[in-house]
Design a protein around this ligand. Structure first.
Ligand SMILES: NC(=O)c1ccc[n+]([C@@H]2O[C@H](COP(=O)([O-])OP(=O)(O)OC[C@H]3O[C@@H](n4cnc5c(N)ncnc54)[C@H](O)[C@@H]3O)[C@@H](O)[C@H]2O)c1
Length: 270
């Protein structure tokens, strides 16, 4: 049972593919905290049909939208405003896709056409979502927008490939649009930098098992789970974080500020 943290709030959740998705857990959490939701994903993801289970559980309509397509986004925001009976309070951007990673292209041999598509889906899509909401005056005052990111935006994790550049751009859009939306309507925009998590997108990274185990050993609290992340996102949508904006918030069990741990030193001494 929740604590009615989001009672009376309404929002759109992008990116629930299956029950492992961070967006899936977040939808369940927000519903549990009293929010009303609209779910969305790319038409190709909707064809899997999984999202209908979530829609039943959180009593939300599903409106398909390819996040790179402005017409789709307009249709989504329009449908959501009709459903909610006006403006709404929050948006979760939980979207990532790398064509070069998917097709096994090394960073130094990047295909630039694929790279443009990656940037569009994984980073500039946040701009497109915010711009559409801005143009349609869809977000209420003190609204909150959260995008998910990874620490490869600040430090090199070689196998994260072009997604490191995409996340750096995503975090910049968060700050830039956060500035304008804050001034215009007191809407806040933040990114959450999450621990490696076993999901479809996460497992696409080469050597993911080694990577997630390393992060676990390098984090004083251990890796943050998708459920923990959902809790944090719900807090960011609540009125308890009204003055937080334009931030990249690490949600990683302490990984980002740890130089080394006893467990890693022990491993190196073997
Ligand atoms: N899993 C991790 O280790 C990890 C760590 C840090 C940050 N993140 C970030 O969390 C977010 C969610 O990923 P996840 O791990 O839950 O994986 P996921 O695979 O469950 O979610 C990714 C989602 O992006 C959607 N998507 C892809 N292309 C799209 C398009 N054109 N239009 C609309 N939606 C599209 C997919 O359908 C899917 O629902 C991503 O931004 C990811 O980079 C993940």
């Amino acid at each position: 049972m929740g604590n009615n943290l989001l009672k009376g709030k309404k929002g759109i959740i992008f990116g629930a593919l299956d029950e492992k998705s961070i967006a899936w857990k977040t939808a369940l959490k927000c519903y549990d905290e009293g929010a009303q939701l609209v779910l969305t994903n790319a038409p190709v993801a909707l064809r899997m049909g999984e999202i209908n289970k979530l829609a039943d559980a959180v009593k939300a309509p599903v409106i398909g939208a390819d996040v790179t397509n402005l017409e789709d986004l307009k249709n989504l925001i329009d449908g959501s405003m009709k459903h909610f009976g006006g403006s709404f309070d929050f948006i979760l951007h939980s979207i990532g896709m790398s064509l070069n990673v998917r097709k096994g292209k090394h960073y130094t041999e990047m295909n630039y056409e694929w790279n443009q598509k990656t940037m569009d889906i994984s980073a500039m899509s946040l701009h497109k979502v915010l711009r559409t909401a801005w143009d349609m005056d869809a977000l209420s005052e003190w609204g909150s927008v959260v995008a998910l990111t990874y620490i490869a935006a600040q430090r090199v994790f070689p196998d994260y490939n072009e997604m490191a550049d995409a996340k750096a751009l995503l975090e910049s859009v968060t700050r830039m649009f956060g500035y304008y939306y804050g001034q215009k309507k007191k809407v806040r925009v933040n990114s959450i930098s999450q621990s490696p998590t076993r999901t479809t997108a996460g497992s696409g990274v080469k050597g993911f098992d080694g990577f997630i185990n390393y992060a676990e050993k390098m984090s004083p609290l251990g890796n943050a789970s998708a459920d923990d992340c959902a809790n944090y996102i719900a807090l960011m949508f609540s009125d308890y974080t009204r003055m937080v904006t334009m931030q990249n918030l690490f949600h990683d069990g302490g990984f980002s500020f740890t130089g080394v741990t006893g467990a890693v030193i022990e491993q190196m001494e073997k």
